[in-house]
Write a protein that binds this ligand. Sequence first.
Ligand code: AMP
Ligand code: MG
Length: 292
Amino acid sequence: MSDMRSLLRVGSTDPDVPVDLAAIDPNSTPGLPGRKTTGRDPKVWARAELELMGAELATQQEMLFAQATVEPQLGRSVLLVLQAMDCGGKDGAVKRVAGAMNPLGLHIKAFGPPTPEERRHDFLWRIRKALPPAGYVGVFNRSHYEDVLVVRVNGLAPESVWRPRYQKINDFERRLVGAGTTVVKVMLHISRDEQRERLTQRLVDPTKHWKFNPDDLDSRAKWDDYQAAYGEALARCGTDEAPWYVLPANRKWYRDWALAHLLRETFADLNLSYPQPDYDLAAQRRRLEADG
Ligand code: AMP
Ligand code: MG
């Protein structure tokens, strides 16, 4: 399999040319081996592989944490930024993929509308406060990108305010990466039909009523505006330092499998290992044995 990152990467060419989301099929499954290769139903196979990858991610995360504990000044962190239209599957992806890792090493933050206090500060203020410390895997369920998405589409701020934010975001992320955080930005891409399906579920299934928000229907009515706003954000902020990936997300089992792959590749680049002890191992063992 070619690596997932090159398959899903967008926006690396011309920042002035928006990413055309309509050209990416939300039902597609890039990188997924076919039934002929695996000999199994793709969904069953992907779910089983996700379990194996989850264990690997947990080990990688532990090494990240261990290294930062032993050498805090060299400690690194990973930040996964998840964006999607409503019902895009962010919560499910957090549960299934981040959920495979140790909760102790996770730093998860969901961003809703800014509070009155947050509104008094620059849009990146609340983001900076939520960044993962060294050794942690951070997950943003929505992010600073809302400030060029919902803010733009709903006219919550004039263009003279949101337009300069692309550059501010790029500067912010470049500094973040320079300081030792690997940033992985993923847009979970669903179709308008799939969103209808999922919204319907939320209205039909009493255990999902709480997830439905009547405002979601207003956002849905602005689907094309959102897709355009996404297209521009992906193009302007899909940088080499902090790339954007568009992950076809109509199929939940593919979504989770592909996201786990992206994270695995990200960890692999970090070349993590368990730290060597800074004490004399043999001497400590002798001490313990002498202790009886
Ligand atoms: P949910 O993720 O379903 O809990 O919804 C969170 C809501 O917060 C969404 O409707 C977002 O559009 C909204 N939101 C998140 N960040 C911002 C922001 N910076 N400005 C305005 N609305 C936001
Ligand atoms: Mg919602």
